[in-house]
Design a protein around this ligand. Structure first.
Ligand code: FES
Length: 156
């Protein structure tokens, strides 16, 4: 089957088998952010990509679903990831770093939906993003500091 989609802002067409998983398809498109096999355990949400601005797990989504959709991977968010990543590192939320790609994707998906989230909304939105190393306290702190920084930037 033929699909037409946007990957990180670029319109593309591809011929796929109907049973192709999105994670495998994206690898063939040159998106390798999610090579770690543990993504298949769906425990750290490592394989998260944005589909029309909403997070989906590429390891459990068929590539056929992206027909006509805008897909964003971590490769398409390098500037944002770098900016937010520094807040994660400064708050001690980055240890093995295994959960970071999914965490970053979900934080930006949350900000697409909720402009100024409360701490409760942050915890609720990111509840599926498990971090085996640092828990959630330092991650929440990094998000709150990042939001404060972004707000100050907007007001300047
Ligand atoms: Fe290791 Fe999150 S930093 S799983």
């Amino acid at each position: 089957m033929n699909i037409n989609f946007w990957l990180n802002g670029v319109n593309r067409h591809a011929e796929i088998s109907p049973d192709t998983l999105l994670i495998d398809f994206l690898r063939k498109q040159g998106c390798f952010q999610r090579e770690k096999e543990a993504a298949k355990l769906r425990t750290v949400v490592f394989c998260t990509v944005l589909m029309d601005g909403r997070p989906v797990l590429s390891c459990s989504t068929l590539a056929a679903r992206i027909e006509g959709k805008k897909i964003v991977t971590l490769e398409g968010m390098q500037r944002e990831a770098q900016e937010f990543g520094s807040f994660l590192a400064n708050e001690g939320a980055e240890q093995c770093g295994f959960c970071n790609p999914g965490f970053i994707m979900n934080v930006f998906a949350m900000l697409n939906e909720i402009k100024d989230p409360t701490e409760e909304q942050i915890k609720e939105y990111l509840a599926g993003n498990l971090c085996r190393c640092s828990g959630f306290v330092s991650q929440t702190r990094s998000i709150l500091k990042f939001l404060k920084y972004k707000k100050a930037q907007e007001e300047a």
